[in-house]
Structures are given as structure tokens and as C-alpha cells.
Design a protein. Structure first.
Length: 315
């Protein structure tokens, strides 16, 4: 953790309640792999104790099961534990969760992750998408200042399907049958990023102007400067929402106009595609999970450790 981030963390400790202080202390003193995982789950729950079914705070203890304390809600009358309502509920082998979280940090293949975690390949596949479920939907709520937006295209894939529909099967990570970029053979992904490195993305169902407006309006601040390519949909959105728009028209390989450029978002796109390349294609139905995975890596950087990754998986 950087010194500036650590100082900010220390400053915020003074605002913790007594219950939250106890949870932090327990998290810092937990030991052993299985015990550490269980302790981490319980400590996370202790920091914000609510019913996993109805979110009520009125409940009492109800014994133990599978090494986790159980509770019974006084409102919905149902029992639950610290994992109820999280993406990791009802998953077994908690002793291997931190090992698997490290595989996500290191971006290893499903087969290698299964080997390192001591689980079978099918379990490795299921765990990957359960661990990424929370990150999949975790996006920043706003971008501001100088905001760059651009779309990138990722070849559609039916990887893992028993029967390929609509076309002949091809080698994984292959090429489109037709030249050019369109949503017929590609998944269009809108990347939005400001100069503070706040990044979000959305898979576009089509390239119509209304689609861009629906994705941009909730997140782009009114006083932003929107930098894009020359696609008319961006200009229409900016005009309708009174946002300053500067389109960058590529000329002789340059992507700059009077000091403004879209190199920031293009650099992110390059890192994204380079990071995805070893997977040799990502199934289109799972693309959102991989985009969320990459956002988590970009957002947390060197701070992304197995414990942090597991905490993210818990939602």
C-alpha cells in the first residue's frame, strides 16, 4: 500500500464504531489458512451485521454449522450465516479459497488454478465466475473532468459450447469471416475513463445513438469535457445534455486536437486486450465477468492481494 493511501486509512480509523474496531483487530490477528478464511468471513459480517435474506438487523445467534456461526432473523424467521446472500454462499472447500483468490490475482488458466488450489477443473470454472460475480457489477457511479470515451471490438466467441450456432466452428481466438468491425461478429464494448483513472465499461447491444446515450448519461458529469472519436452518437449525446464535446478525428496517425487526446482510454484498451490474449478467446456470455475482473485489477493495482480479492468476491 502506498504511503498516501496508508495515511488516509489511518485517518479513517477514528470514525469506526467499537464493533467495527473489533472486527478490524480480529482481521489483523487471524492465523492459518482455513482459520484465516473463516475469520475473514466472520469479521466482514461483524462489520455490517444484517440478515442475509431480508437485510434486517434484528436477529440472534442460532448455533454453529460448517465452522460458521448461524443466526436466526426475528423478522423473516429464517436462519442464515455470514455467507448467506453473498456470491460464495454454499461453496465448499473454504480451505482453498485464498489459494484460488491468488490465482485470480495472477491470472492463471482454469486448469492451472485447479491444480494450484487442489480442486477439479469443473470446480475451478464454477469458482471463477462465482468469485467474479460481485466485480462484474461493480462500476464507478460517475466520471468527471476530462473524460475519454471510445468503443473497442472483441470477436464474439461461443467457447465452451457443445454446438456452435450461426457459423462454422473456428480455432479459438481466430478472425472474423468478414472484414470491418460490426456487432454481427464482434462484441462492442464502450470504455469510459477520466484523467483520474476512474474507468467503466459497458457491452453495447448495437451501435445506435440511443444506446450510447443510455450508457453515458448516468455517469458523465454535466461539467465534464467529453473527448471521443468522430462517431455522431457522442456528439448527439453531448448536445442533448449540454456537455462540452471535442471529437478527435484521426489524421496521419495522430489522435490529438489542441492538446486533447484519447490516448488514455486507448492505452487501457491495449492493456485489456493484451491481458485477455492468453485466454485465446472469451465466451461472449462471460465477457462481462472478465471486464469486471480487469476493472478490479486496474482499480486496485499493487494492493490487489488474495485477501483483498476474496473480500471483493464476498460483495
Amino acid at each position: 500500500m502506498k504511503a498516501q493511501d496508508f495515511r488516509a486509512l489511518v485517518d479513517e480509523l477514528g470514525d469506526l464504531t467499537a464493533q467495527q474496531r473489533a472486527a478490524v483487530l480480529a482481521a489483523l490477528t487471524s492465523k492459518a489458512t482455513t482459520t484465516e478464511t473463516i475469520g475473514m468471513i466472520e469479521n466482514r459480517f461483524a462489520a455490517d451485521p444484517v440478515c442475509g435474506h431480508c437485510r434486517s438487523t434484528r436477529f440472534g445467534t442460532w448455533g454453529h454449522a460448517s465452522h460458521l456461526r448461524r443466526y436466526k432473523c426475528k423478522d423473516c424467521k429464517r436462519t442464515f450465516n455470514a455467507l448467506t446472500g453473498t456470491p460464495l454462499a454454499q461453496l465448499h472447500r473454504r480451505d482453498a479459497w485464498l489459494d484460488y483468490a491468488r490465482c485470480l490475482v495472477d491470472r492463471v488458466s482454469l486448469r492451472k488454478a485447479a491444480e494450484l488450489s487442489g480442486v477439479c477443473l469443473q470446480t475451478s470454472f464454477r469458482w471463477r465466475h462465482r468469485f467474479l460475480r460481485a466485480s462484474k457489477g461493480k462500476r464507478p457511479t460517475a466520471v468527471s473532468g476530462i473524460v475519454e470515451a471510445d468503443e473497442t471490438f472483441i470477436l464474439k466467441s461461443q467457447k465452451g459450447s457443445r454446438h456452435v450456432r450461426g457459423r462454422k466452428s473456428r480455432r479459438r481466438g481466430g478472425k472474423a469471416a468478414k472484414p470491418g468491425l460490426s456487432t454481427d461478429e464482434h462484441d462492442a464494448v464502450l470504455i469510459v475513463r477520466d484523467r483520474a483513472a476512474v474507468t467503466t465499461d459497458h457491452i453495447l447491444p448495437d451501435l445506435e445513438g440511443t444506446t450510447f446515450a443510455e450508457r453515458l448519461k448516468p455517469i458523465v458529469a454535466k461539467d465534464s469535457v467529453l473527448i471521443t472519436d468522430g462517431r455522431p452518437a457522442y456528439g448527439a449525446f453531448a448536445h442533448a445534455n449540454t456537455i462540452l464535446h471535442i471529437p478527435i478525428i484521426a489524421s496521419h496517425g495522430e489522435h490529438m486536437y489542441e492538446g486533447f487526446h484519447i490516448q488514455n482510454v486507448n492505452a487501457y484498451t491495449s492493456r485489456l486486450k493484451a491481458w485477455m490474449a492468453p485466454f485465446k478467446g472469451v465466451a461472449s456470455k462471460y465477457l462481462a465477468s472478465y471486464l469486471g475482473w480487469r476493472r478490479m485489477i486496474e482499480r486496485d493495482g499493487d494492493r490487489l492481494m488474495p485477501r483483498h480479492c476474496l473480500a471483493e468476491a464476498l460483495g
